[in-house]
Write a protein that binds this ligand. Structure first.
Ligand code: DP6
Length: 325
């Protein structure tokens, strides 16, 4: 059996969202997206190929996984095995580092860490672009977690041309903070995969989303370049709401928001009205991430600790790209 390899990847939050892909195998998105990698949440994954095993084994947070998670990981490992021309099963041991238990584990850090550890353990020596392309095959958003800071996933048109790249160093990065708010989860969530599919196939607004994303992305990059935080926050918030409009306009309609999500959105707007520059973004779940600057962190944390309890408020900074441990 070969030597085990361990990689660490951090989660990322999309500011221009990825919401819709041409197919679930290659995961080529309809739009480009832009994210910020966060320092507080990450996944460490160890992969070892072992010819003496008969099947792949997956362990997540010390629990043996079966069924859906194992299938998805095995399918992903098949891509790596094909590239490396090996056929050994692997043992995959993964640890999520998330300060609170609920709802912040992400497929982005999981598949970015898996792509890095598995490709290296299989003897492949991929460039960062190749690694991003590989991570994309596991989960679209994972292609952005290969990089630290701001990352842009250029949609491309096929497997070769669809991958993320880092945005060049920006002054805005120094001062930005993301306050992650954990709210109670509802009964059952629609996965982002299902949700995207429903939006693409049934929302009459989908073609408009594709057009809007292009201008939102251009505007956001301009705001980053000009170090204009207010503009940066406003565009991020708008783009997130436009994504969620695709769930409300799908047939059947659905939403990832719950009552607490709406309460938080209103509170952020109120803070803003009172002169605190803060904005929200929301992914495929009820949790909210508040974008602000270093100087306003105390006010934001205070406000939401009162509402949700201290343990449900985590302050994140920009995080690093992929690391081998
Ligand atoms: C709302 O990357 O989880 O977080 O490619 O089907 O695995 P799959 O989807 P996934 O979707 C992420 C959706 C999002 C927006 C984003 O991260 O850009």
């Amino acid at each position: 059996s070969n030597n085990p390899v361990t990689a660490r990847a951090h989660t990322n939050i999309a500011l221009i969202k990825y919401w819709g892909k041409k197919d679930d195998t290659l995961i080529i998105p309809y739009t480009s997206s832009l994210s910020l990698t966060l320092d507080q949440f990450y996944t460490d994954t160890t992969v070892q190929f072992d010819a003496s095993r008969s099947t792949d084994q997956l362990i997540i947070d010390n629990q043996i996984s079966s069924e859906q998670p194992l299938h998805r990981v095995s399918n992903f490992l098949d891509i790596v095995r094909r590239k490396a021309q090996i056929n050994s099963p692997a043992i995959v041991n993964s640890h999520n580092h998330v300060p609170t238990a609920a709802g912040l584990a992400s497929s982005a850090s999981a598949f970015a860490a898996l792509a890095a550890a598995a490709s290296k353990a299989a003897g492949l020596n991929l460039t960062l672009s190749e690694l991003s392309r590989l991570a994309r095959r596991g989960s679209g958003s994972a292609c952005r977690s290969i990089f630290g800071g701001f990352a842009e996933w250029q949609r491309g048109e096929d497997d070769l041309t669809s991958y993320a790249m880092p945005l060049k160093a920006a002054a805005l990065l120094e001062d930005i903070r993301v306050v992650a708010l954990t709210v109670e989860r509802g009964p059952k969530a629609i996965s982002s995969r299902q949700g995207m599919h429903l939006s693409v196939t049934t929302s009459p607004y989908y073609p408009t989303w594709v057009k809007t994303c292009q201008t939102d992305l251009t505007q956001l990059k301009l705001a980053i370049e000009k170090n204009n935080f207010a503009k940066f926050g406003k565009i991020s918030e708008l783009n997130a709401m436009r994504m969620h409009a695709l769930t409300l306009s799908a047939d059947p309609d659905f939403t990832y928001f719950n009552g607490q999500t709406l309460t938080i959105m209103n509170l952020v707007k109120q803070l803003r009205h009172n002169g605190v520059a803060c904005y929200y973004t929301i992914d495929a779940g009820p949790n909210v991430k508040v974008l602000c600057q270093k100087a306003s962190v105390a006010k934001v944390v205070d406000t939401f600790s009162q509402l949700l309890g201290k343990q449900n408020v985590i302050v994140a900074k920009p995080g690093p790209g992929i690391q081998y441990l």
